[in-house]
Ligand binder design. Structure first.
Ligand code: FES
Ligand code: FES
Length: 160
């Protein structure tokens, strides 16, 4: 079947089976490979994308249910100030090693900052509970999210 998916601000027509996941359809059908597949059962968070601005695990969402909704992948967040602040902070805090979990971490971290602009460590730990990193450990990731939150706050203060 043909699906018209609204992805990153544009409509993409993709071929998909009714059983196909959003993750597979975005990667294989639309060539959006920033999202990664780990567990493929909703447990690790590395496939996280935004659906109507809410983070979802795209490995357990059927592509057919995403038709008519706004999908945003990490590619679609290029230039987004929050995402750019997070990218910088992840680099500065050494918050990645192999990078496999990083796309999902960034999408989720952005959602954390959207809801909690200057989150403390406990908040980040709680909100990050569904994102699994297998190699870096979480200290750098938590520090990076805090750093990005503070940087965005300082920028907002300077512009006020
Ligand atoms: S690959 Fe989707 S949650 Fe792990
Ligand atoms: S950086 Fe390797 S899994 Fe997180």
């Amino acid at each position: 079947m043909r699906l018209a998916l609204h992805v990153n601000g544009a409509t993409r027509t993709v071929e998909a089976e009714p059983r196909d996941t959003l993750a597979d359809t975005l990667r294989d059908g639309a060539g959006l490979t920033a999202l990664h597949l780990g567990c493929e059962q909703g447990a690790c968070g590395t496939c996280t994308v935004l659906l109507d601005e809410e983070p979802v695990r795209s490995c357990i969402v059927l592509a057919v249910t995403a038709e008519g909704r706004e999908i945003r992948t990490l590619e679609g967040l290029a230039g987004d100030p929050m995402t750019e602040a997070l990218r910088r902070a992840f680099h500065e805090e050494h918050a990645l090693q192999c990078g496999y979990c990083t796309p999902g971490m960034l999408v989720t971290a952005r959602d954390i900052l959207r809801r909690f602009p200057r989150p403390d460590e406990a908040t980040i730990r709680r909100e990050l509970a569904g994102q699994i990193c297998r190699c870096t450990g979480y200290m750098g990731i938590i520090a990076a999210i805090r750093r990005a939150g503070e940087a965005l706050h300082e920028t907002a203060e300077a512009g006020a």
